[in-house]
Design a protein around this ligand. Structure first.
Ligand code: SAM
Length: 285
């Protein structure tokens, strides 16, 4: 059986297929043997739970996922990796590789086609250049998945999982908490990858909620408010909202007052309920 955490084996097989790493595609492959089995165990995959992986690379995580799940569908953008994956994953018959862009494929249709109504989780070591867009796409499309377990750069993990009311919180963390319950699972050092990136990574798990934690009468407006609130972080919430929503400051001030929020408050002090109260007051105007 192939050992995809053995550096010389990986280097050999990649060079045999003429593969060279692309920085633009965020290609840093895992070579730390303890990481992928842990991710596969913690992501919720199982004999009744299928998995979608984004960016299998040389197949190191795919291999572990196929050990625990009945079926793995892996989406890889880089065509050059297809013959590599053919070779490294040949001993499994429960893996399907799809050559495509995870940002463009119709993931809802893909899940229905590959897994029907069955339980599905997403598990991936994400290319860093699409971390937030791909997570937001998966959440906003309300894909029928149980959870999303992804490795991302440490700073991104802190931003994505930040609790409301903390300095790190922002539009992404608020959106993440609208759809899911985030958890930091474990840290992965930069030396665990080939080639080694400059920064450490973190594995995070987002458990999809059955319903949002707050009631927003108009979901679109809720996200518009959240985005506007964090647009100018150094300004007060009232100033950011006035600029971001193109509304007079006086009107914003009375809106905040009706939602029980001080006019000199800052966006990072807001709870999810505060954002819902502001957007609900706005939708009543
Ligand atoms: N899973 C492998 C591992 O852990 O060693 C590789 C992870 S590497 C960080 C990211 C992978 O995502 C690369 O194989 C890269 O080619 C692929 N990728 C980059 N952009 C992608 C996209 N838009 N859709 C699907 N795969 C993509």
């Amino acid at each position: 059986m192939s050992n995809l955490t053995d550096i010389s084996y990986v280097k050999n097989i990649l060079s045999k297929h003429g593969f060279t790493f692309s920085k633009a595609l965020g290609q840093n492959f895992l070579i730390n043997p303890s990481v992928c089995p842990k991710m596969a165990q913690m992501c919720g995959a199982g004999q009744n739970v299928g998995v979608i992986e984004i960016g299998p690379g040389a197949g190191v995580l795919t291999n572990e996922l196929a050990e625990v799940s009945y079926k793995v569908v892996a989406i890889e953008l880089d065509k050059r990796l297809l013959p590599v994956l053919d070779e490294t994953l040949s001993h499994h018959d429960n893996i399907k590789i799809i050559n495509g862009d995870a940002m463009k494929l119709d993931l809802k249709a893909l899940i229905k086609e590959e897994f029907g109504e069955g339980h599905v989780v997403i598990c991936a070591n994400l290319p860093y250049y699409i971390t937030s867009p791909v997570i937001m796409r998966i959440l906003e499309e309300k894909l029928p998945i149980d959870s999303l377990t992804v490795m991302v750069q440490k700073e991104a993990a802190e931003r994505i999982c930040a609790a409301p009311g903390t300095r790190q919180s922002g539009a992404v963390s608020a959106a993440v908490r609208y759809y899911s319950e985030p958890e930091m699972l474990f840290k992965v050092s930069a030396g665990s990858f080939l080639p080694a990136p400059k920064v450490d990574s973190e594995v995070i798990k987002l458990r999809i909620l059955d319903k949002p934690p707050v009631e927003a009468a108009d979901e679109k407006l809720f996200f518009k408010v959240v985005k506007a609130a964090f647009l100018q972080r150094r300004k007060t919430l009232a100033n950011s909202l006035s600029a971001g929503l193109s509304m007079p400051k006086a009107q914003i001030n009375s809106l905040l007052e009706s939602a029980g929020i001080k006019s000199n408050a800052r966006a990072e002090e807001m709870t999810m309920q505060n954002f819902a109260d502001i957007s609900n007051a706005l939708s009543r105007l």
